[in-house]
Design a protein around this ligand. Sequence first.
Ligand SMILES: Nc1ncnc2c1ncn2[C@@H]1O[C@H](COP(=O)(O)OP(=O)(O)O)[C@@H](O)[C@H]1O
Ligand SMILES: [Mg+2]
Length: 244
Amino acid sequence: MSAILEIVHVTRRFAGLVAVNDVSFALNEGEILGVIGPNGAGKTTLVGLISGTLPPSSGDIIFKGRSVTSLPAFRRARLGIGRTFQIMRPFPGLSVLDNVAVGALFGYGRGTPDLEEARQKARRNLEFVGLSRFADHLADELGGPGRKRLELAKALAMEPKLLLCDEVMAGLNHVEIDEVIGVIRKVRDSGITILVIEHVIKAIKSLSDRLLVIHHGEKIADGVPDAVLSDKTVVEAYLGKRRA
Ligand SMILES: Nc1ncnc2c1ncn2[C@@H]1O[C@H](COP(=O)(O)OP(=O)(O)O)[C@@H](O)[C@H]1O
Ligand SMILES: [Mg+2]
């Protein structure tokens, strides 16, 4: 297996706080890597560091064998690093379809320069995530579950090679979670490598090939889900508290 992404001793400080502390790991091509950890552990910061919305304080981020650490987010997106946002940011005055078309216009490579072609692509992305019937609605008419799917469709429209999903199941019920799991599996089967942050342990366990646990900005475990979830340090730091 070859690594599509390597995080090498990455640290990110905010004033006096170390949000991500000397974290290293690799993500193999075609893999689904789950990332779990308590609120404030540094998971969203990690996504920002990989996608380029936040520069690291130190360390290196290697994508497909080349350092992208000094590249801005739009350049990383064009190389194939896509993400969803935990705090969803649809363009409120645009239709659901055009929200996704924007992704196609600015995505992988140089994107699609033609609006009609971008809309065609966007229709396929909406179909893929099960949002076709809302294509002509305004994005702000969507409820929570719809917005989560829209985030996925927007990210997919940029044709990423690596997709970073930040809590795309938060606030969803069991049926909706199962549907999103199905969509993420389909994304992987289409050849995209995935990093997925999630609090729903059952979901992340069934979805992930490998699990990484972050606690106070540090990586405390990395391995196959069963071993990680029964690891003593992980149970004490994270799972134990959740059950309490
Ligand atoms: N832009 C920021 N400025 C200052 N502190 C931040 C900023 N973003 C995140 N933090 C802090 O960094 C820590 C990690 O946050 P975050 O990565 O959002 O955690 P998680 O996604 O695991 O809940 C938290 O203590 C948070 O308050
Ligand atoms: Mg977060």
